[in-house]
Design a protein around this ligand. Structure first.
Ligand SMILES: Cc1cc2nc3c(=O)[nH]c(=O)nc-3n(C[C@H](O)[C@H](O)[C@H](O)COP(=O)(O)OP(=O)(O)OC[C@H]3O[C@@H](n4cnc5c(N)ncnc54)[C@H](O)[C@@H]3O)c2cc1C
Length: 386
């Protein structure tokens, strides 16, 4: 009999397993997939570490989480600097002085601010006049209004509108304003996407981190906890359960399905050594059906552990998809309806004896990796050593 059954060999489950093992507990970790790592799983193809479930860049402001994760891998100095391709025009992201220079030819922060301010003001003036209200009464009622009131029309039309429509499967004027609360605008020549003190990619990929975390645990892949054939026997193998799968699935969806946005990746190994010159290129026009192309080798600067150039390349085209029950769940849709439904499931989860629900699927939240680690450490810290 194990002390803990951990359902899900993703980051949350693996941190829990590692910390419980250190405290003297025995752990069985299972995953319904054929591999460990959950969504941060990386797989080597031709010497390149491919991010199978989408680009993952570790970034955090939390020094203790950064020190913790560095125990399991050496991190490189990768800094996320995506590029937007709008019909062949290339723009620097997030919106910064390079972007404004390309868009309007401006070179100073004051000129850039003035352009944005002029476009915002014109837009708000026009829309309030049409609605017969004063400018001070303006409240964005949808994502389009919200975005233009933050960054003006040019940036909205070339870099936000069609990309967001592809991501959400609906035009921006039919999407709620809350999706874009802020649009990062920088009046410096800084194209570091994340405003984080610490950032990097583990040299050799993420899977090694999970492998090291799971040392000392028994691990079974291709094992679905919710398969009725195994659920009760698996439960009886341990005194406690840490469940990191979807909370609605745990309860048989009996209150309904929590909705997600899904993704599809089309991955190709190509003969060329350099396909697009950057790890991440976003396609912000409506004619290109995918949202971005990831060229995986650039997360590690195109070299192996010895600094030797890796021949060939691997790219993934990323398509945003309507989620259907049974497809991979990527981004929770935290609107009013789904939040209310999650709250009902959460109440039931809270009263489930000897089961702890944690991680992105169980908590129905988008968590970056650093938050997942912090939350798992926090949970295990409340459990006394054996
Ligand atoms: C496209 C995308 C890009 C991202 N990029 C970044 C980034 O750049 N930086 C960053 O910090 N974060 C990023 N994230 C977030 C990151 O993926 C998560 O923080 C992390 O994967 C969450 O770990 P987890 O253990 O909670 O969930 P998961 O990784 O999903 O692990 C849960 C595991 O449980 C398993 N499971 C589910 N149900 C069952 C069952 N019934 N039986 C057995 N096993 C089960 C699943 O197979 C899965 O392996 C990104 C997320 C997405 C969607």
């Amino acid at each position: 009999m194990y002390d803990y059954l951990i359902v899900g060999a993703g980051l949350y489950g693996a941190v829990c397993a590692h910390e419980l093992h250190k405290k003297g507990y025995s752990t069985l970790v299972i995953d319904r997939r054929g591999h460990i790592g959950g969504n941060i799983y990386t797989e080597q193809t031709g010497g390149i570490n491919v991010h199978k479930y989408g680009a993952h860049i570790f970034h955090t402001n939390d020094a203790s989480v950064w020190n913790y994760v560095n125990r399991f891998a050496v991190f490189n100095r990768y800094t996320n600097s995506p590029i937007a391709n709008y019909r062949g025009e290339l723009y620097s992201l997030p919106f910064n002085m390079y972007t404004f220079n390309r868009m309007w030819g401006v070179t100073t922060p004051d000129e850039a601010r003035a352009r944005i301010e002029e476009q915002r003001a014109d837009y708000i003036r026009e829309i309030t006049a049409r609605r017969g209200m004063s400018i001070s009464e303006f409240e964005p009622t949808n994502l389009e209004e919200q975005a233009i009131s933050l960054v003006g029309t040019d940036i909205y039309e070339k870099l936000v509108r069609d990309y967001t429509m592809k991501q959400w499967g609906r035009p921006c004027n039919e999407l709620p304003a809350f999706i874009i609360r802020r649009l990062p605008v920088r009046f410096t020549y800084d194209n570091n996407y994340f405003n984080a003190l610490y950032q990097g990619i583990p040299v050799g990929g993420y899977t090694q981190i999970i492998e090291k975390m799971l040392e000392g645990s028994d691990v079974r892949t291709d094992t679905d906890f919710l398969d009725p054939r195994y659920r009760s026997s698996l439960s009886s193998e341990a005194h406690n359960i840490i469940y990191t799968g979807p909370v609605d699935a745990y309860f048989g969806y009996d209150l309904g399905h929590l909705e997600y946005r899904s993704l599809r990746f089309e991955t190709e190994h190509l003969d060329t050594d350099n396909y697009q010159g950057n790890a991440v290129v976003n396609f912000t026009d409506s004619d290109t059906p995918y949202t971005r192309i990831i060229e995986h080798k650039w997360f590690e600067f195109g070299v192996d552990r010895n600094g030797q150039s890796i021949p060939g390349t691997v790219i993934s085209r990323e398509y945003s998809l309507e989620w259907q029950p049974g497809t991979e769940s990527y981004y929770p849709v935290n609107d009013e309806k789904n939040t209310a439904l999650y709250e009902q499931y959460r109440k039931r989860a809270d009263s489930e004896p000897n089961v702890h629900f944690g991680g992105r699927l169980s908590e129905y939240k988008y968590y970056d990796m650093d938050r997942v680690i912090a939350r798992a450490l926090d949970h295990i810290s409340s459990i006394p050593a054996r």
